[in-house]
Design a protein around this ligand. Structure first.
Ligand SMILES: [Zn+2]
Length: 250
């Protein structure tokens, strides 16, 4: 067995999530008269949790892989996923890219670390505030009436108030860490990085309220991405998506 340390590839790149409209990544908590609030960072500013981003990207990657005819282990039951074997050595492409329950990064095998995406300006610089009261400018609350589908009438006590972020915010995320055995071959890119970048490009909404038009976004990737000790053109990597099936056909 190859030493996992020898066959790991270092990955590090930032990316931007650009919202088209408002966003509502729910906190699961109510506050005062607001039944549904959105997540806030320690600085009270909106952010997108790493787990939210990773979950959405994994879903997009799973759909893409199945569309391309690539085997993906059945989730979400951990017992049926590749990690149940305790190793990612023979794991499916999805688990090799996003990890699998039961295989921790402490084992030295995986993984990529997803950072929370922080709010930034159009130049990609972090937005900071000096007083948490300033953060209120980034949110608004909206009261809606829930309608009875049968009677199309407003039901009493069915007014609810939700919080959203203001429109068209921009967030900066970062993914870095190690991919197992994803070596750069001459003129070829590791399947994991092709899948990862393709999934990020496919990500077109984040958070809740999609039916209400919330959370629509585009993801902007940097022109170049660091793979191992090389800076590789992102468009060249993305152009390899149609070759994924052949790479995985083994
Ligand atoms: Zn798997």
């Amino acid at each position: 067995m190859a030493n996992p340390i020898d066959s790991r590839t270092k990955i590090d790149f930032p990316f931007f999530i650009v919202l088209d409209g408002a966003m509502a990544v729910g906190s699961g908590f109510s506050r005062g008269q607001i039944q549904r609030t959105v997540v806030r960072g320690l600085d009270s500013l909106p952010y997108i949790p790493a787990s939210t981003l990773k979950g959405r990207a994994r879903d997009a990657a799973a759909r893409l892989a199945r569309t391309l005819g690539i085997y993906v282990c059945p989730g979400p039951n951990p017992k049926q996923m590749c990690g149940a074997k305790g190793s990612l050595e023979d794991a499916c492409l999805l688990c090799r890219t996003f990890g699998s329950p039961g295989v921790s990064s402490a084992s030295g095998q995986t993984g990529l670390i997803w950072r929370d995406a922080r709010i930034c300006d159009s130049q990609g610089q972090p937005i900071t505030i000096t007083d948490s009261a300033e953060s209120e400018a980034f949110y608004y609350a909206k009261t809606q009436v829930q309608l009875s589908r049968q009677r199309a009438t407003a039901l009493e006590k069915h007014l609810f108030t939700t919080e959203n972020t203001v429109e068209n915010l921009r967030f900066k995320g970062r993914i870095r860490g190690w991919l197992l055995s994803a070596r750069m071959m001459a003129g070829q890119y590791p399947a994991e990085i092709v899948l990862l970048l393709s999934a990020l490009k496919l990500l077109n909404f984040v958070g809740g309220g999609k039916s209400r038009g919330l959370g629509f976004c585009t993801v902007e990737l940097p022109d170049k991405i660091t793979i191992g000790d090389q800076d590789v053109d992102t468009t060249a990597i993305l152009a390899n998506v149609s070759n994924l099936f052949n790479k995985e056909d083994r």
